[in-house]
Design a protein around this ligand. Structure first.
Ligand SMILES: [Zn+2]
Length: 209
């Protein structure tokens, strides 16, 4: 296992940054993933070589090894001694959570009426209200299985697709995600051109395995 250390000694080997495409459809996700990898290998950010070293993505156990120009994706101050880990490409409709998040969203805002449905009532509660979450959970399960799923808003009565609910920032639904394992913070420029190439809205998460 490669040792990845910051100068202050903090190890980042099990740290990830994730970019989730929250708009791409299930059928389009695979071809889009290939185009993104083509682009990143052409830029020298990644190689075609794959490794499982330091990859802890939930459903994918290997990623693309960084290329010589990987430093172009991060701010100048990084690089030199740093050895980032592979980039795992996760294709398939799934929910994504940042940090050491739970599998439930803390809350969701209705895009029709703006009312917030609280699922985990911090700081009173630290677990999801099962009855509240069940409505979302069923819709998300249907979306994963078929590409379509709804959850009702109890405030306005609308049946809203789960992909349109505005989730708290640590929770995202998407059919394509990129996990950068052990990379220094990706630069705003890189994140912008990455999203432009995807052509879709994105959510960004980070956390530790
Ligand atoms: Zn509503």
């Amino acid at each position: 296992m490669l040792l990845r250390e910051r100068k202050n000694g903090e190890t980042m080997g099990d740290h990830f940054q994730r970019i989730v495409d929250v708009e791409v459809g299930g059928e389009e996700a695979g071809p889009l993933a290939e185009r993104m990898v083509d682009w990143m290998t052409a830029e020298g950010l990644l190689t075609r070589e794959r490794s499982s070293d330091g990859v802890y993505s939930p459903t994918v156990d290997e990623g693309y090894v960084p290329g010589q120009a990987w430093g172009q994706a991060v701010d100048d101050a990084w690089g030199q001694d740093w050895i980032p880990g592979p980039v795992a490409v996760v294709v398939g409709r799934d929910h994504h959570v940042g940090g050491q998040g739970t599998d439930e969203a803390e809350y969701a805002d209705c895009p029709r009426c703006g009312t917030r449905t609280v699922v985990i009532d911090y700081p009173e509660q630290f677990e999801a209200d099962p009855e509240v979450w069940e409505r979302f959970e069923n819709g998300i399960a249907a979306w994963k299985a078929t590409g379509e799923g709804d959850a009702p808003c109890t405030a306005c009565g609308a049946l809203v697709p789960v992909t349109e609910w505005q989730w708290e920032s640590g929770f995202a639904l998407g059919a394509l995600a990129f996990d950068f394992w052990g990379w220094p913070p990706l630069s705003p420029d890189f994140l912008q051109s990455f999203a432009r190439r995807l052509g879709h809205r994105t959510a960004e998460h980070s956390g530790k395995f």
